[in-house]
Design a protein around this ligand. Structure first.
Ligand code: HSE
Length: 437
């Protein structure tokens, strides 16, 4: 470190990078008091030198190549705020760690996919890699799991980890409109990206879940072994069925470890009871849930994105570095990656929605498939064609929803396969786990 002041080099001056510069200047006094020393940005790197970012960058060294921050002798700590699992973000983080320079990042994809190797690199070079901002923005999720609950034996971690999906699902529920309509509106308002796939297909949230699971269970989980499903297949009728049955639909991450040490992890739309606290985390808000043998169940809610919340999380890590706090990346000495158990091993109650032709024998065929795989029905509901303003005929397609008693996911997947040849079942079925949270 260069004397008393801690000098930062920031790579990436988007919403978060500019937010960090603003936060550091506006809260300088409190940050200095908490860090025990002054903290200053000395160097930056971004693609466009001319863009107005609403912060004064005069006097800072500008590097066109972000990797140069790793070797800039003025820079004590590298802030990687570029994003993406590969490319310059990965190269910068690896180069800085190899140079023994601490790194703070908000990069969930990088940690989820390369976290095991980066932990080894940080340890070999006796330096730190901190990533509070990578999960759930302003919620201190990493600190909660890695430090606050360090003494407990967590059996579960997860939550609502993508604000875009939570906003869309909430708006669908409140308006009765379809996914496509709400997505288009969210894009027009700037709440959803022009290319929304990272968010709505579940990848962003799955990256965050993988990080939380790695911290909760003390070893990184292999990202490609997580079961990931997005929200594109949720229809307006699913929200209506959920309401009638006393549930809400949430894109919910859940990672559990059993007594033998096997880990199950999935990020998928789920039904949760309307009365559960997590069912009422709405709009762009995120929530992190944990469950430990000693600490019991816990839920914290807050803003999962945006300049302010994310900058606040980045600077919390910087203050830890300024204070000299050093922790292993996954909260323990590096251990090998572990693969999650296949989704077939999951069990629970399930919601299955089908679009079916409204003619005799259709339900008999469907329930025969349930019988053949030993799945017991708990509830069944069909919305008549007239409810959607359509004339009823044997060709009319209507939504049919089934809720099962406890069964295995393997059985439900076999039921789906058995239903495929039926001409009376049209479109893509929706299978959702019912989570008791
Ligand atoms: N795009 C994310 C969200 C925030 O909608 O929650 C950054 O991970």
């Amino acid at each position: 470190m260069n004397g008393q002041t801690l000098h930062l080099g920031i790579a990436g001056l988007g919403t978060v990078g500019a937010g960090v510069v603003r936060l550091l200047r506006e809260n300088a006094q409190a940050i200095t008091a908490r860090a025990g020393r002054t903290i200053e940005v000395v160097a930056v790197s971004a693609r466009d030198r001319t863009r107005d970012r609403g912060v004064d960058l005069a006097g800072l060294t500008w590097h066109d190549d972000p990797i140069a921050l790793a070797s800039d002798p003025k820079v004590d700590v590298v802030l990687e705020l570029i994003g993406g699992a590969e490319g310059s973000a990965r190269t910068l983080v690896e180069t800085a760690l190899k140079a023994g320079k601490p790194v703070v990042t908000a990069n969930k994809a990088l940690l989820a996919i390369h976290g095991a190797a980066l932990a080894t690199l940080a340890r070999e070079n006796n330096t730190s890699l901190l990533f509070e901002a990578s999960v759930a923005g302003g919620i201190p999720a990493i600190k909660l799991v890695r430090e606050g609950l360090a003494a407990d034996n967590l059996v579960r971690v997860g939550g609502i980890l993508n604000g875009t999906c939570n906003y869309i699902l909430t708006a669908m529920r409140e308006s009765g409109r379809d996914f496509g309509d709400i997505l288009a509106e969210a894009q027009a308002l700037g709440y959803a990206e022009a290319d929304p796939s990272t968010d709505v297909d579940g990848w962003d949230a799955a990256h965050k879940l993988a990080i939380l699971a790695g911290l909760a269970f003390g070893q990184p989980v292999r990202f490609d072994s997580l079961h990931v499903e997005g929200i594109r297949n949720i229809a307006a009728c699913d929200q209506a069925f959920a309401r009638e049955m006393g549930y809400r639909i949430k894109l919910l991450g859940s990672a559990r470890r059993d007594e033998q040490g096997a880990i199950e992890a999935s990020m998928r739309p789920c039904m949760v009871p309307q009365s559960a606290p997590i069912a009422n985390v709405d709009g762009v808000f995120n929530a992190v849930l944990t469950e430990g043998a000693f600490s019991g169940p816990m839920l914290i809610e807050g803003r999962g994105a945006g300049a302010g919340p994310t900058a606040s999380a980045v600077m919390a890590d910087v203050i830890d570095l300024a204070r000299g706090t050093a922790l292993p990346v996954w909260g323990m000495d590096p251990r090998p990656e572990i693969a999650c158990a296949p989704r077939e091993n999951l069990a629970g109650q399930y919601y299955l929605r089908l679009f079916v032709q409204d003619r005799p024998g259709v339900v008999a065929d469907i329930t025969a498939a349930l019988r053949d795989y030993g799945v017991s029905l708990r509830a069944l509901s069909q919305h008549a064609a007239e409810e959607a303003g359509k004339a009823a005929s044997s060709q009319t397609v209507v939504p049919l929803a089934l809720v099962t008693h406890e069964t295995s996911e393997a059985a439900m997947l076999s039921v789906l396969t058995a239903l495929e040849p039926l001409e009376t079942v049209v479109g893509t079925p929706l299978l959702m786990k019912i989570e008791t949270v």
